[in-house]
Design a protein. Structure first.
Length: 304
């Protein structure tokens, strides 16, 4: 049974729903409290299912890469995105985070040997131009520092995508998600006092949002993402993530009543066009058949 596509679809829906949920969770919990609580809930959930999923101990040589995954895709991403959403609407934040594939593909070109093409170069330029439009349109003085913080979150997510790829040659998607989540939670433990203070004053909706974020977008979402990225190239798997903003915009409109302005929306469309251009071709030869097969660079071929 082909489970790659359902895994990608599940990831897109869950990660899209996280943007409005963060806005709700920030009320009372704050940036620090929500960041730690989300990862702590996810870590507990993943720990609870380890007897069923038979998560193995990581190899010693993989520990540095696991630390990078936890620090980038979990700890740094949570802090940056949550801080950014204090100042940037949920839908706009989703448009900026959708640029993560640009960083992923460029890093994969350097570190994993994936081929740099003209489409990647032009698409990256378009995506960065779209991010610039959003940043310039976002602030009251014509410039939004919050947008740049969210863009930094997209960069560290791109680092996570690439850092997990070699781990998935030797470990399952569940194992990589567990290792990364547990490590990221450890890095944020100094925020525990802020989380406790936040829980004491936060409304029930914020606490419920933190639990939702931990169980579904984090725990389940990263497991399904690991399952998908183990079987696709970086370009193919991260390319699916440019579907997150339309879903996030719809959920934000229904849940929060947010409607993006025309200029940020235009910037988002430009950015997604760039990401789509980067991923316009996904040859079957670039895909990885399974977690046990070693990843190999795409063979060189001329553009059609």
């Amino acid at each position: 049974m082909n489970t790659r596509l359902p895994a990608l679809v599940t990831t897109v829906v869950l990660w899209a729903s996280a943007f409005p949920a963060i806005r709700v969770g920030l009320d009372g919990l704050g940036v620090a409290g929500l960041s730690l609580l989300r990862l702590a809930v996810a870590s507990l959930a993943l720990t609870a299912v380890t007897p069923l999923t038979k998560v193995r101990r990581p190899r010693a040589r993989d520990l540095p890469r696991i630390a990078v995954c936890g620090a980038s895709g979990m700890s740094a991403y949570q802090i940056l995105l949550n801080w950014g959403e204090v100042h940037v609407p949920a839908g706009t934040a989703s448009l900026l985070v959708a640029l993560a594939p640009v960083c992923s593909v460029l890093l994969a070109t350097v570190f994993l040997g994936e081929r740099l093409t003209a489409a990647i170069v032009v698409g990256s330029a378009l995506a960065l131009a779209g991010a610039a439009v959003i940043a310039v349109a976002g602030g009251s003085t014509g410039f939004s520092a919050g947008a740049l913080v969210v863009l930094a979150a997209a960069v560290v997510q791109g680092v996570y995508h690439v850092a997990t790829k070699p781990l998935l040659r030797r470990h399952t998607g569940v194992e990589v998600a567990c290792y990364s989540m547990w490590t990221g939670t450890l890095f944020l433990l100094p925020l525990a006092p802020a989380a406790v203070r936040g829980l004491a004053v936060a409304p029930a909706s914020a606490s419920a949002s933190a639990v939702y974020l931990g169980l579904l977008p984090s725990a389940l979402g990263f497991v399904t993402w690991g399952h998908a990225v183990a079987r696709y190239s970086i370009a193919t798997s991260t390319g699916a993530l440019y579907l997150v903003p339309p879903v996030a915009l719809a959920v934000s409109f229904v849940w929060l009543g947010e409607t993006p302005g025309p200029i940020p929306l235009l910037g988002g469309l430009i950015g997604m066009a760039g990401v789509a251009l980067i991923n316009r071709r996904a040859p079957a030869s670039a895909q990885v058949a399974g977690t046990k097969r070693r990843w190999e660079p795409r063979p060189s071929r001329r553009n059609a």
